[in-house]
Design a protein around this ligand. Structure first.
Ligand SMILES: Nc1ncnc2c1ncn2[C@@H]1O[C@H](COP(=O)(O)OP(=O)(O)OP(=O)(O)O)[C@@H](O)[C@H]1O
Length: 455
């Protein structure tokens, strides 16, 4: 007898609930997605069936609840859910609308969209998120990989609500932070982790403002090919100067450190839509250009492996609400600014064709015993935490130990490799990275063992 197929490798023809597998389409950290058709309806409109990779994964129930509550043209509708029987135990699955399209960053690379088209796509996603927020939900994993754009008409669909949550949902993990993808986490979420590092039972309460921030990061990466830094002077003035003031303002607003300054998703959606509708003819130029070949000093050339597939470079877009909109070479300008600053030739830190594979944050304990931990965090360049003006609540105060450094009233350690980007766990101060030294916990409490920040 043949062994039963693995949930990640169902052959065509396999029956799952009332659906038949036609083709395996894609997979993420938690699920494999198949194109399916309803049993007994050969040739019917295909649907997407997402089958859990882990038995009894609670994220699937979450995703089903959120999808069933939302009826929106830019969100797949739920058609059904169930459990796929396997000798090792049941695997949850859900069936939803088939979303034709390719992930956002790959779409931009393949289709060289105009500024207007980019704005329109972002507006569609923002409208979908606004509907979710209006119903008391949050997505918590907004990023380019979770936005599919249909090449024929640039219709966008927001997918993967498995990391989402809604009012009244119980936390699925013991982690301080909910699931998410590191570069897209809001500053307040990162601060929360540091503030409550020691405290058991604390959970960051996800808010719509987190999704607004993540959409800002998505837009930023789409437009510049890189992630924003939380450095106070970021985005650098020279980068923003290459965008129209209106777009720069919108980006800055979505990426504000203060959640209330970002505006509601509904407002963001309307601002993006108005910008897309009213932009002048300059907004009809492509946001992507091929770089002019220029002599590159051999020592600064990228290795063939890293440069393959990224021979297009990103330029900024300039669109906005006013009469005059101008497209300019934002990324190129940024790159030249870097060169001018003595940093040498640099291709974008991120390959625009590459997504943000995987997310993190679902603690192992939230998954049943057959679960493997998610893959390591992907490379997330250019993230650093802004240095706090006062010591953190759980941070050691002076006198600091000999190996520590006293800065702004707190004790810090500098890792050996301390050049920014410092990552989401270290703070940047005057071009170097620091970890706060945690104060010893009071003897009376039963605090968990000390974790080193780099763990
Ligand atoms: N409704 C859909 N229609 C068509 N393709 C889809 C649909 N939903 C998901 N996909 C494809 O399947 C892939 C994996 O789906 P999804 O991102 O939901 O899985 P995941 O395991 O939750 O991912 P992650 O690792 O980001 O948590 C997507 O990147 C996309 O290519």
């Amino acid at each position: 007898m043949n062994p039963p197929p693995e949930p990640s490798r169902l052959p065509p023809g396999t029956e799952v609930g009332s659906w038949r597998v036609l083709e395996r389409i894609g997979h993420g950290t938690y699920g494999t997605v198949y194109r399916v058709e309803p049993l007994g309806h050969i040739g019917a409109q295909p649907l997407a069936l997402k089958l859990a990779l882990h038995r009894a994964d609670p994220r699937f129930e979450r995703e089903a609840v959120l999808l069933s509550r939302l009826a929106h043209p830019h969100v797949p509708s739920l058609h059904g859910q169930g459990l796929w029987a396997h000798p090792s135990g049941p695997f949850p699955f859900l069936v939803m609308d088939w979303a034709e399209g390719i992930p956002l960053y790959a779409w931009a690379l393949a289709h060289s969209p105009t500024s207007r088209q980019v704005l329109a796509v972002l507006a569609q996603v923002a409208h979908a998120l606004a509907a979710l927020h209006a119903g008391g939900g949050v997505h918590r994993d907004v990023k380019g990989d979770n936005i599919l754009v249909r090449p024929s008409d640039f219709h966008a669909t927001l997918i993967d609500f498995g990391a989402g949550s809604f009012h009244g949902a119980r936390p699925l993990t013991e982690e301080l932070l909910p699931p998410g993808t590191p570069p897209y986490r809001s500053p307040e979420a990162l601060e929360f982790r540091w503030r409550f590092w020691f405290q058991h039972g604390m959970h960051y309460a996800p808010a719509p403002a987190d999704d607004v921030y993540a959409l800002g990061v998505t837009a930023y990466r789409l437009l510049t090919g890189t992630y924003p830094s939380s450095h106070p002077k970021h985005p650098p003035a020279e980068t923003l100067a290459t965008f129209s003031p209106e777009l720069a303002k919108l980006l800055r607003r979505m990426l504000s450190r203060k959640p209330s300054a970002r505006g509601l998703m509904d407002e963001v959606a309307r601002a993006l839509q108005i910008a897309a509708e009213r932009a002048g003819p300059e907004a009809d130029r492509s946001i992507l250009r091929r770089p002019q070949p220029s002599p590159v000093p051999a020592r600064h050339r990228r290795s063939p492996a890293r440069s393959s597939g990224s021979r297009r470079t990103w330029v900024g877009v300039a669109v906005g609400l006013g009469a005059s909109f101008a497209l300019q070479a934002g990324w190129a300008a940024w790159r030249h600014a870097q060169e001018g600053a003595g940093m040498g030739w640099a291709w974008p830190a991120l390959d625009p064709a590459r997504g943000d594979t995987g997310n993190t944050g679902l603690a192992k304990e939230a998954l049943p015993d057959n679960a493997v931990p998610p893959p390591p965090e992907p490379a997330w360049a250019r993230i650093s935490l802004e240095f706090p003006k006062r010591p953190l609540p759980s941070q050691a105060r002076p006198p600091c130990k000999k190996s520590e450094i006293e800065l702004l009233g707190g004790c810090w350690v500098r890792p050996e490799k301390s050049a920014p980007p410092c990552g989401e766990r270290a703070y940047e101060w005057k071009g170097l990275c620091y970890f706060p030294v945690l104060a010893p916990s009071p003897p009376a409490t039963s605090a968990p063992p000390l974790k080193h920040p780099s763990e």
